[in-house]
Design a protein around this ligand. Structure first.
Ligand code: FES
Ligand SMILES: [Fe+2]
Length: 330
């Protein structure tokens, strides 16, 4: 059996690494916490993920082929089926005994909200629970998996931050007149998410109108934003007309400076006509953040006192404190 290189507490968490839709006829190459994995849907319909390293001579299995859910290594043709079990060694003939060490060690995998979640080590907590998924008055809108050339830590710090709206998002919803961030308190929003509630004035022009359902060019809305360790943030927006949008964003570190990113929206209005405009608007907002973060070199300092923080940074301060605890646990 092969071993996973799972050490810090971060290796015992769930990460969204792919969308369910993108898993097709070829094995997927996944990189998580500087380790390469292969993932595919096995013969029984369940996903399998293992180190991207054949148990025979370490060839990259993600370069192999799928046949009936079995993954065949491109080097000598060994084949792996349900749960990563080796089912065929062509050079040994059909009736040969398979050596126990030939089987791949399958990782923990789960499918939730249209995303594939992977945990390299034994998970210490569940995939973030989003109760809105079971609420029939809401519709889910998924977006594709992106790769950002920046640290996942910088992404969460950004998602918890309101003070960048008037500047980074001047091209979408940010208003230059709304620079001061009112003092807010941190609270446990529910079992999973820790954060704060606030009210914000935003620009509501162009495609933003499809999102808010409001006619005015400037509107106020109530928001709540919170994090779930390690790299997920949920932002709930409530408009005065009763429309609610839940925005769930999640990142996963491929390397210290490269990350997966995707977001999901849930809406309580009819999105058959407006869904694409709403997604396009949120993609534009994400692009504004990505352009900013990809131009900041290096990783975010996570040391206590490693950054200058002001009152509007208090959610990031708390997230960094909890992240330090998690990263130092085993
Ligand atoms: S390296 Fe995969 S079959 Fe030999
Ligand atoms: Fe942003």
């Amino acid at each position: 059996m092969q071993e996973n290189r799972a050490t810090s507490g971060l290796a015992h968490c769930w990460y969204a690494v792919a969308t369910v839709d993108e898993l097709g006829d070829s094995p997927a190459a996944i990189q998580l916490l500087e380790t390469d994995y292969v993932m595919w849907r096995g013969p029984d319909g369940n996903l399998v993920a293992a180190l991207d390293q054949c148990s025979h001579r370490e060839a990259r299995l993600s370069r192999g082929t799928l046949d009936g859910g079995c993954l065949r290594c491109p080097y000598h043709g060994w084949s792996f089926g349900d749960n990563g079990r080796c089912v065929d060694i062509p050079s040994s003939g059909k009736n040969a005994t398979i050596p126990p060490g030939a089987h791949l060690q399958s990782l923990h995998l789960a499918e939730h909200y249209g995303l594939v979640w992977m945990s390299p080590g034994e998970p210490i907590s569940p995939v973030p629970y989003l109760g809105v998924e079971g609420d029939s008055s809401f519709t889910r809108l998924n977006t594709g998996m992106q790769t950002w050339n920046c640290a996942a830590t910088r992404m969460i710090d950004n998602m918890l931050d309101v003070a960048h709206f008037p500047y980074t998002h001047a091209g979408s919803f940010g208003r230059e007149q709304e620079q001061e961030v009112p003092n807010f308190s941190l609270t446990q929003l529910d079992d999973n998410f820790h954060g704060y509630e606030y009210s914000v004035v935003v620009n509501n022009e162009g495609e933003a109108k499809a999102m808010s359902g409001e006619d005015d060019d400037v509107i106020r809305l109530d928001m709540s934003t919170g994090f779930a360790l390690p790299y997920s943030v949920r932002s709930t927006m409530r408009y005065e007309n009763g429309i609610e949008q839940v925005l769930f964003m999640t990142a996963a570190p491929m390397t210290p400076t490269r990350s997966y990113f995707t977001f999901i929206l849930w809406r309580n209005d009819d999105v058959r006509e407006t869904g694409q405009s709403i997604v396009d608007f949120e993609l534009q907002v994400a692009l504004e953040d990505q352009a900013m973060l990809e131009n900041i070199p290096g990783v975010l300092s996570l040391d206590r006192g490693g950054l200058v923080d002001v009152q509007s940074d208090k959610a990031s301060v708390e997230w960094r404190r909890q992240h330090r605890e998690l990263a130092s646990s085993t």
